[in-house]
Ligand binder design. Sequence first.
Ligand code: CP3
Length: 366
Amino acid sequence: MTAAPAPPTSVSALKNDRFLRALRRESVDRTPVWLMRQAGRYLPEYRATRAAAGSFLAMAKNPELACEVTLQPLRRFPLDAAILFSDILTVPDAMGLGLYFVEGEGPKFERPVRSAADIARLAVPDMETELRYVMDAVRTIRRELDNTVPLIGFSGSPWTLACYMIEGGGSDNYSKVKSLALNEPAAMHRLLEVVTDAVIAYLNAQRLAGAQALQVFDTWGGVLSPAMYREFSLRYLNRIAQELPRGDGDNSAPLILFGKGNGAYLEELAASGAEGVGVDWTVELGDAARRTGGRVAIQGNLDPVTLYAQPEAIRREVGRALDSYAAGNGGSREGHVFNLGHGMSPDMSPDHVAALVAAVHELSAR
Ligand code: CP3
């Protein structure tokens, strides 16, 4: 496989720049919309590509196939951004933990982090060798998108990656990772420091390969008490927001901090230096807009389960979310990126996604 050449990046040449304009809180003709996990098993064409590739990881590690599944939802729906098809667990995999998937059980690591000695061995992987397949996917997708919509790159948050690295997979109560944080906070901070260094290098490499916005998924920040959230998650989100270069001109990429269960911390997240904050559906969007006072763009936040309801109900809930945001933002829809409050599920209907995207664009037309 040959790496695609660096794309001729020109933000000004983007045919649809609503998403990037909204992140800068500039005026747009309609509220932009993209959906977390917009590429995935709910699309029959995704299931076909995955079956031909043999597995999720084979697909994610092949830049052409990763590009193909990235583009699939954009062929069906007028989404305002593409998101790199990959996974947050590529980084710990490249750190030597051995990522694999068990059908129906989700991600697992062959060599989870269990001791101070394991932590001492962790190092930042090289982005253009060990994670080359991700950067090649970004370059290939940028070439194929041909400046139609911007491409979002992403990473897990340090805390969320630590959860998988220490638990060795998904978890019901996060007992191992929380015990390490409570029993050996210095060791936990050493792990979070090196993972944060890796996240910053990973996001920066994606930007240099052509990603035009970057999102950090703090999926499990919300399982922490407030004191532990501030110590073990927010501290490292702040480091990323402060230290990650955003570039300039054609190579620039704003940063969005998404967190499930982050509603109690919106003022602090808005003060982090990130350009956008993503929220789940337990937050009233108008409150989010009021509490962050124009310091950041707000992304969200329809309950993903709304997609199981009928199109009329989806449309009504989309309208409610749009209007809630505007009510808290001085009557203006500016600075809002529409999304779900978390990712899509495999048994959702593509027709209902079409209804959602159409409702966002129609009900927000200026
Ligand atoms: O949004 C997109 O379309 C981009 C692709 C994307 C994937 N994973 C593809 C994927 C993104 C942004 C992720 C991030 C990710 N991965 C997160 C953070 C986002 C979130 O949902 O909170 C997390 C926690 C993971 C870890 C992970 N990877 C899980 C829990 C799973 C699901 C396992 C399962 O069986 O459903 C994965 C695998 C995965 N990543 C799939 C997809 C489409 C399903 C793979 C398949 O079976 O085809």
